[in-house]
Design a protein around this ligand. Structure first.
Ligand code: DOR
Ligand code: ZN
Length: 415
């Protein structure tokens, strides 16, 4: 197949032809002889073809929480948001922190997913459990409660193992007691981040802190330990605690005040390395009961496009935050994060300018609610390609459940 259109290529948008075969970009040309090329997919000049988005923080639930979301609905939600690879979090029921569960989860994901996926595992109770994780997992997630349940030396041992196997350790950094008691004050996060920065510096292992909510926290963290990377979410970047009444906008870490939000937005061009949704679906009844989190995949690109239209973000930076930097951080940048010959043909085709009114009843996610409900945002996902196959055509999912694969197995096969 050949895709013709305006392509984001090496930092600028150019009219190009992408030759795709076997899921891989085989050639990139400025012109072709159309009489010799029957199989051309033309993308409207008003749209731009980007390296496929990669979301490193998504809760696909399934297992006993399939009533909230499952691998099909969660990855369909990703496809509709232009996301070509999602990394699934391990706070599942049962918890994904043993090899047998990780293997089982991989088999469920493999049968149901429509985009590619990576799997995090949760901190395992003992070191013997670790062997074999590296064949399946892309990362390990440490929650504040883990700091209560496990000795810090155990966490260090697991992190050393992870580091040797190219598994990224990701921290939810809130001070454990405050987190468990549901304390909403910013100091809970500030203290949590300082602790993780100091701790990871002491063991000398590069680490990632997810969903950071205020500039000063990132500044502190990177000041303590330069080998830290961080991500921030669409909701923490665009919504403040004043915008939303609880329980509607309840999330962990909580939404912050306007000053924090404004400081954070600026860091999209500075200290923030990665953009990630923390897509965390719950039923409406659960939300009313005060559960933390909400779906984010189907509005994430709109938030970026809105910031683009406000002049806050360049197209270059959107691609870095939501494609290239995730690929680099998780050592997938030999196959993902760029449109280049030899790379997977994961492509997100977008319109930057049209406006949308957020309507969660239309979500592919099982969670039909959103903190952005009713807001006017910009941008539209026109089409999502995973390994050269269109999985979303702007309206529907166009592949069967099971098309998506574990990106880790693919990476192995590719080397
Ligand atoms: O708001 C949140 N929801 N924060 C978390 O840390 C967990 C997540 C969930 O799994 O629902
Ligand atoms: Zn999360």
């Amino acid at each position: 197949m050949i895709i013709e259109g305006r392509v984001f290529y090496r930092g600028s948008v150019r009219e190009l032809y992408l030759f795709i075969d076997g899921g891989v970009i085989k050639d990139i040309r400025l012109s072709i002889d159309k009489s010799q090329s029957p199989n051309i997919r033309f993308m409207d000049r008003g749209n731009i073809i980007l390296p496929g988005f990669i979301d490193i923080h998504v809760h696909l639930r399934d297992f006993e929480q399939a009533y909230k979301e499952d691998f099909y609905t969660g990855t369909a939600s990703a496809a509709a948001g232009g996301v070509t690879v999602v990394f699934d979090m391990p706070n599942t029921v049962p918890r994904n922190n043993r090899l047998s569960i990780l293997q089982y989860r991989d088999s469920v994901a493999d049968k149901k997913s429509v985009v590619d996926y990576g799997l995090y595992y949760g901190l395992p109770p003992n070191l013997d459990e670790l062997f074999g994780f590296e064949d399946i997992a892309i990362g390990m997630k440490v929650y504040p409660d883990d700091l209560h349940s496990y000795k810090i030396d155990h966490i260090s041992d697991v992190m050393i193992y992870n580091h040797a196997k190219d598994i990224v350790t990701v921290f939810h950094a809130e001070e454990p007691d405050g987190y468990i008691s549901g304390d909403d004050s910013p100091s809970i996060e500030r203290e949590g981040i300082k602790y993780i920065a100091g701790y990871t510096k002491s063991i000398g292992l590069p680490t990632h802190i997810t969903h950071v909510t205020c500039r000063s926290f990132i500044f502190d963290a990177k000041n303590i330990y330069t080998s830290l990377t961080v991500d921030s979410t669409p909701h923490h970047i665009m919504l403040s605690s004043e915008d939303l009444k609880y329980p509607y906008g309840r999330v962990r870490p909580p939404l912050r005040d306007r000053e924090c939000v404004e400081s954070l937005v600026k860091e999209l061009n500075g200290l923030i390395d990665i953009y990630a949704t923390d897509h965390a679906p719950h039923t409406w009844e659960e939300k009313m009961d005060g559960f933390n989190g909400f779906p984010g995949l189907e509005t994430a690109y709109n938030v970026l496009a809105t910031l683009y239209n406000k002049g806050v973000l360049s197209l270059n930076r959107i691609v870095e935050l939501y494609s290239t930097n995730p690929a680099i951080r998780f050592k997938l940048d030999n196959i993902l994060g760029y449109i280049e010959v030899g790379y997977l043909a994961n492509l997100t085709v977008v319109d930057l300018y049209s406006s949308v009114r957020v309507d969660p009843t239309k979500f592919f996610s099982k969670a039909k609610h959103s903190p952005f409900d009713g807001m006017k945002l910009y941008g539209r996902v026109i089409s999502t390609f995973v390994r050269g196959v269109e999985v979303y055509n702007g309206e529907d999912i166009t592949v069967k459940p099971g098309y998506g694969v574990n990106i880790k197995s693919f990476k192995r096969g590719f080397k």
